[in-house]
Design a protein around this ligand. Structure first.
Ligand SMILES: Cc1ncc(COP(=O)(O)O)c(C=O)c1O
Length: 359
């Protein structure tokens, strides 16, 4: 097994002459093993590991200069939206939030200042699908970088670099780690010059993960394929059960044949994953709260992608940083409930939801 190099510095053979490693903010052998593994599973050439998913996103945005413009999805993780609006807008970057479910919707926002398209697919929490290949084709014509947050799918289900994206980003905290015991982020890319720029930002800004955390994510990767197969099948069974329940309104899961993104999901994904959201016919927050507090197996918590199933209320939890009007406009209602379907016995999971819905 890869050792955990719990090391901050490395002995050098002579002044200015190191033996491949000099200081652990710049390089660490455990991190290197993980970064190489991340590159391989994303079908990329270079991997970089960060201290969190948002630190990885932060590094990508630091490629830009004041005056540059970014086209970002209007439906994405609340923390990404917060980073863009509350941290980076004040440095003179302009973000356009666009519904990317139709790739051509980005066209009117492209101008000579546009340097980056940031997208997430499937989206958090509404499980909308963006056509990575179509967006990348438009971006290539205008020399714009495309970065894809691949957290929800994981590389087992979707490899955006194969579809024309330039950078893949992960919250490794989720499926890559897989056990809810680590916070970490990742970037993977093919272009050597882009890798140099991002590596420079990584070591200059310092958001690097510790070696123990790298070891945990490396261990998580070894079972990613097995876990994802079970997330897929459990996710499907739970989605289909919810659709038949009389108290449930909409169920958002991209494996339904009538999901608006189904054809694209089928084309670019190798499975539909374990993330889904639903509303109740009773739209009140009180009704949602009853379900959110009523499950026994689904634990009420932020995050996703771990072996244990989680239930979450985006409006007050993961997406609370998005202003309410913005949220509602984009379809994220007060009563929306998000599930991260884990690896437990699927009948137990369905029973748990059934009893919570019928309280
Ligand atoms: C889709 C997505 N992207 C990015 C992040 C941020 O990652 P982290 O919490 O590891 O900083 C999250 C976290 O929930 C997420 O769900």
């Amino acid at each position: 097994m890869t050792p955990i190099y719990q090391t901050s510095t490395y002995v050098q053979s002579a002044p200015g002459k190191n033996q491949g490693y000099e200081y652990a903010r710049s390089q660490n052998p455990t991190r290197k093993a993980l970064e190489d593994a991340l590159a391989v599973i994303e079908n990329g050439r270079y991997g970089l590991a960060f201290s969190s998913g948002v630190a990885a996103t932060d590094a990508v945005i630091k490629l830009l200069q004041p005056g540059d413009e970014v086209i970002a999805a209007n439906d994405m993780y609340g923390g990404t939206y917060r980073l863009f609006t509350k941290v980076f807008e004040k440095f003179g970057l302009k973000f356009h939030y666009v519904n990317m479910q139709k790739a051509e919707n980005i066209q009117p926002y492209i101008n000579t200042n546009t340097k980056l398209i940031w997208l997430e697919t499937p989206t958090n929490p509404l499980i909308n699908i963006v056509d990575i290949e179509a967006i990348s084709a438009i971006a290539k014509r205008h020399n714009i970088l495309v970065a894809v947050d691949n957290t929800f799918a994981s590389p087992y289900l979707q490899t955006p670099l194969d579809l024309g994206a330039d950078i893949v980003m992960h919250s490794s905290t989720k499926y890559l780690g897989g056990h809810s015991d680590v916070i970490q982020g990742a970037l993977v890319m093919n272009d050597a010059a882009l890798r140099e720029q991002l590596y420079f930002i990584q070591k200059s800004c310092g958001a690097v993960p510790g070696p123990m955390d790298c070891f945990l994510v490396l261990r998580g990767l070894k079972t990613l394929h097995l876990r994802m197969d079970r997330h897929n099948s459990n996710g499907e069974a739970v989605a289909r059960f919810l659709r038949t329940h009389p108290s449930v309104g909409e169920v958002y899961w991209c494996g339904f044949e009538d999901h608006p993104g189904y054809a694209v999901a089928k084309k670019q994904m190798r499975g539909f994953g374990g993330m889904l959201s639903f509303t109740l016919k009773d739209p009140s927050t009180m009704a949602a709260n009853k379900v959110l507090s009523g499950t026994k197996l689904f634990a009420l918590a932020e995050s996703l992608g771990g072996v244990e199933s989680l239930i979450n209320h985006p409006a007050t939890m993961t997406h609370a940083s998005i202003p309410r009007e913005e949220r509602i406009k984009n379809g994220l209602s007060d009563s929306l409930i998000r599930l991260s379907v884990g690896l437990e016995d699927v009948n137990d999971l369905i029973e748990d939801l059934k009893q919570a819905l019928e309280l």
